[in-house]
Design a protein around this ligand. Structure first.
Ligand code: ATP
Ligand code: MG
Length: 476
């Protein structure tokens, strides 16, 4: 949650603007605020924002007009509306017209962040173009010229413009989300929204309302009508990520929607036609889920008409050197400098099992860049960066072996030099590694680091100094 976003804030109430600016600044976000819709709109169209947070009722250009304009011109810039209780109906209408979400005044700052952060994250993703391998490198690219990846690019090119749903399969971290976005960007709905729902991240009792919306009073807590993501994606594209995690009940409803192209909100009777292109992805083994009765066979048949399978990284090791260079170029500038990498290091990286695939490689590269401080990436550094904390969720195999290898090295060094204690040097190495990782996952937020490391903020600062780490990297 600590990625810094750029937010366009529009509110005619100066006191509210100041309060909101303060909240976002405390979270590390950049806020540019405007006192009226006209200036706000002009800025939103002109500059690169991750999301727009606007009041609904303002003199001049209203929040509603703003949404209409932005929807037409920048369909993937999420707009969040702030609105008073009495105007709930209007807020709902706004969501229908394309606002990402709304929040009812008065609200707690926590609530506000819970609404704005995902909006900004979606906006950031929506702005990054995904280039296909072989093309000139853009900000974000599918990298790799292996046969397996070439087949993927070909498939993307073949189906992107067809009006069909696509199922994207592959282990975790193989690039499924990247492929979904490439499909959308190379398709004929790129001028319309790409709405993403992560089915695994939303509790199952809330998921149906998230997808299809709900009517007021549909369940306890449903104080107002809510527009679901299907309705929001009307004429655009809906990316259902982690579809293997859907409950059987939601699967049944989804199947009906895919067949009949109409939705009804939870607790509602009205049938609302939706024209939505659907992409779905999962890292799970769907046929096995079908065989085990966990995934509906009819939904599986409906979804698997066009399947893009992403190869695990270990089956396309020849892409690793290119990925390594790509991640250095992409993350180096913000993580301590663009480091060169020694051939032995690349060789060692290429030999790893990579159960977490490209994502794991990317994380290891980020850690290495932090450790390298702009100097060459050596094989030793690779070994150090491969030590995984339990939260990294990756292998115990590769990590275990590497940790053992490091201990071995520490013991050997201590044997050579009686002035060295193996325990002290090992603990110090582990401490440094934990600090570096904590820094990377919190973008250097000292309070959060203190929390996860179990130290006081003062200790965190002292330890950073002790290990020669920069107190606040500009991003991670
Ligand atoms: N071929 C690739 N070239 C460059 N970067 C890639 C490639 N594949 C994946 N990545 C990067 O790896 C990370 C993980 O990719 P992505 O989120 O698309 O994986 P996923 O398959 O959706 O994983 P999960 O199943 O865990 O959700 C992202 O940062 C993405 O940019
Ligand atoms: Mg994913």
């Amino acid at each position: 949650m600590s990625v810094p976003y750029r937010i366009c804030l529009i509110d005619d109430d100066a006191a509210a603007r100041t309060a909101l600016e303060r909240v976002f600044a405390a979270e590390g976000h950049e806020v540019v605020s405007y006192p009226d819709g006209q200036h706000g709109l002009a800025a939103a169209l002109e500059e690169d924002f991750d999301c727009v947070l606007t009041d609904l009722r303002m003199p001049g250009v209203s929040g509603m007009e703003l949404i209409d304009r932005l929807r037409d011109e920048l369909p993937n810039l999420p707009v969040v509306l702030m609105t008073a209780h009495g105007t709930t109906e209007t807020a709902i209408e706004a969501t229908r017209r394309g606002a990402f979400d709304y929040i009812l005044k008065p609200f707690e700052m926590e609530e506000l962040l819970a609404v704005v952060t995902p909006a900004a994250a979606a906006g950031r993703r929506g702005r990054e173009k995904v280039g296909l391998g072989g093309e000139e490198k853009r900000e974000l690219a599918l990298v790799g010229q292996s046969r397996a990846m070439q087949a993927v690019y070909k498939e993307i090119g073949r189906v992107a413009e067809k009006p069909v749903s696509v199922l994207i399969l592959g282990e975790t971290g193989t690039g499924k989300e990247l492929v979904a976005r490439a499909l959308w960007q190379h398709g004929d709905r790129k001028d319309k929204a790409l709405v993403t729902v992560n089915c695994a991240a939303i509790p199952s009792n809330l998921l149906e309302s998230e997808l299809f919306g709900h009517e007021r009073g549909a369940f306890t807590g449903a104080e107002a009508r809510r527009i679901g993501r299907f309705e929001q994606a009307h004429r655009g594209t809906l990316f259902l990520d982690e579809i293997g995690d859907l409950s059987l009940e939601t699967q049944a409803k989804l199947l009906r929607v895919l067949q009949e192209r109409v939705i009804s909100r939870v607790g509602g009777r009205e049938m609302i036609p939706v024209d939505v292109r659907v992409f779905a992805a999962t890292h799970r083994d769907l046929p096995a889920l079908v065989a085990g009765g966990k995934f509906r066979e009819d939904l599986w048949y409906r979804l698997n008409v066009i399947v893009i399978r992403l190869p695990p990284l270990r089956e396309r090791r020849e892409d690793i050197p290119e990925l390594v260079s790509y991640f250095i170029a992409r993350h180096g500038p913000e993580l301590g400098g663009v480091a060169s990498v020694q051939p032995a290091a690349v060789k060692f990286l290429s030999a790893q099992p990579w159960p977490g695939n490209v994502r794991q490689l990317e994380n290891v590269m980020k850690r290495m860049l932090l450790l390298a401080h702009g100097y060459a990436i050596t094989e030793e550094l690779v070994r150090a960066a491969l030590i995984q904390g339990p939260s990294a969720g990756a292998t115990t195999d590769a990590a275990g072996r590497t940790l053992a290898a490091l201990c071995e090295e520490a013991l050997a060094a201590a044997r050579r030099d009686p002035g060295v204690s193996a325990v002290t040097s090992m603990l110090s190495a582990v401490e440094r590694e934990l600090l570096t990782q904590a820094q990377a996952t919190t973008s250097g937020n000292i309070t959060q680091m203190a929390q996860i490391l179990g130290w006081s903020r003062l200790t965190v600062r002292e330890k950073l100094k002790l290990h020669g780490l920069r107190p606040e990297p500009s991003g991670a």
